[in-house]
Design a protein around this ligand. Structure first.
Ligand SMILES: *Cc1c(COP(=O)(O)O)cnc(C)c1O
Length: 431
């Protein structure tokens, strides 16, 4: 039986000095209850916590560990670089190498700017879209997450209002006025919002596959329709590929769905586990970015050599081994089928959504296609399932609104163990 003694002590201490004991809210287990597990180390797909319990990892650091933890080529590259100092604040040749590699891997982009997080990349991409179009407003979708900068912490307004409302204290109503919200997978709703704000919208930002309301796939034609409307209304289409980039395919969602974005945003995988984000687009659009153009954006540690070597090495691995993506998709499908069988037998209402190596289970009896339907699964069943799985050595994301991210170091044996654990967990939940 798993014991969490040390984690529990560490969490108590952490709460004295860190708000909620964590540096990012989802880690605190608020939506599943209990004590968060403190991780000591990880290798491949196995996490080890401070009590020396081991888990099969389905978070993969929320994406970056697509080829497993402590990947030897990445670790060695970091070790090699770190001897030469950790930061210069001056250009390095490595920055051009990674930029070129990204441009080679991802369709429809010519230039890329590196930043330090997905949040920063999203925030900057919106500024660029505004600077480029000379318009102030943008549309985001309910349930999509684009980091924690003010303009994105906006929820749908009440009633017929298309104005958003702040989702957090500290975000001003003024900021909220420039963020319009629409329903994911609902093109008529998007058209309506555009019609109400004719000529004022700089951009539509979307997670091409949503991963922040659980894994939710775009309906057939949804992305194509967005592309078409954007072309017609001179609106920039921004794909937030912080999750999907280098994960669905080496060219991300643009390659996977064959739909072109004007700006693509990256994070997570792109840094190989180091704090990195990036935004990219055509030379024409990226030309507005400082110092080439007037839209200001900077970063003391942007393009940091240790972060760049980690990202560059991981991306090179992915670029050189395109079979990674078919292997991952096959593993995810295998897991899906196995889970599907056990859930069907269990009698619980459920839906499973899957895209590439992203997968989510929802405890609900409705198809999950947007935030509203995803929210129906935010019930008492998921926390129970989470803890039953954890006890059996399976580390799932601690919220029903998060996707699982598979790593290619997962073996079929581990997947079988996971399916068996799900079977036992579902039985325990009925007891
Ligand atoms: C994680 C995430 C972000 C924010 O990235 P951070 O590195 O956490 O700031 C933005 N967009 C999407 C789609 C994400 O999943």
């Amino acid at each position: 039986m798993y014991q969490y003694k040390r984690s529990s002590e560490l969490f108590d201490q952490a709460q004295k000095y860190i708000p909620g004991g964590v540096n990012s809210p989802v880690r605190a287990y608020k939506s599943v209850g209990g004590t968060p597990v403190f991780i000591k180390k990880a290798k491949g797909s196995i996490l080890t916590d401070e009590d020396d319990n081991e888990y099969i990892d389905y978070i993969s650091s929320w994406g970056p560990m697509i080829l497993g933890h402590a990947l030897p080529v990445v670790i060695n590259a970091i070790k090699d670089k770190v001897e030469n100092s950790t930061s210069f604040g001056a250009p390095t040749k490595l920055e051009t190498q990674i930029a070129k590699l990204i441009v080679d891997m991802v369709p429809n982009i010519e230039m890329v700017r590196m930043v330090n997080s997905g949040t920063e990349a999203c925030m900057s991409a919106i500024r660029v879209a505004r600077g480029y179009t000379g318009r102030n407003k943008f549309i985001k979708f309910e349930g999509c997450y684009h980091g924690h900068s003010d303009s994105f912490l906006i929820k749908a307004g009440s009633g017929a209002s298309t104005f958003g409302e702040p989702n957090s204290p500290g975000v001003t109503p003024g900021t909220a006025n420039d963020t319009l919200t629409a329903k994911y997978n609902d093109i008529e709703n998007v058209k309506q919002v555009i019609a109400n704000n004719k000529g004022e919208i700089a951009a539509i930002i979307v997670e091409a596959v949503a991963g922040n309301m659980g894994c939710v796939l775009p309906k057939k034609g949804f992305l194509e329709d967005l592309r078409q409307i954007c072309d017609k209304e001179n609106i920039l289409l921004i794909f937030d590929e912080v999750m999907s980039g280098f994960r669905l395919a080496k060219g991300g969602a643009q390659e996977y769905f064959g739909v072109k974005a004007d700006i693509a945003i990256f994070g997570k995988v792109i840094g190989g586990g180091m704090p990195v984000g990036a935004y990219a687009g055509s030379k024409e659009i990226m030309s507005v970015v400082s110092p080439m153009g007037p839209v200001y954006q900077a970063g003391t540690l942007s393009g940091n050599p240790i972060a760049m070597i980690a990202g560059y090495t991981l991306l090179k691995e992915l670029n050189n081994k395109p079979e990674t993506y078919t292997e991952l998709a096959a593993k995810c499908e295998y897991l899906h089928k196995g889970l599907d069988k056990e859930f069907a037998k269990s009698g619980f209402d459920y839906r499973i959504n899957r895209c590439g190596s992203m997968i989510s289970i929802f405890f609900t009896d409705v198809d999950v296609v947007d935030f509203e339907t995803s929210s129906t699964a935010n019930n008492e069943l998921f926390p129970k399932f989470f803890h039953e799985m954890l006890k059996r050595g399976i580390y799932l994301p601690p919220s029903t609104f998060e996707s699982y991210f598979l790593s290619n170091t997962l073996t079929y044996e581990m997947l079988d163990k996971t399916i068996q654990a799900a079977k036992e967990s579902l039985e325990a939940m009925k007891a």
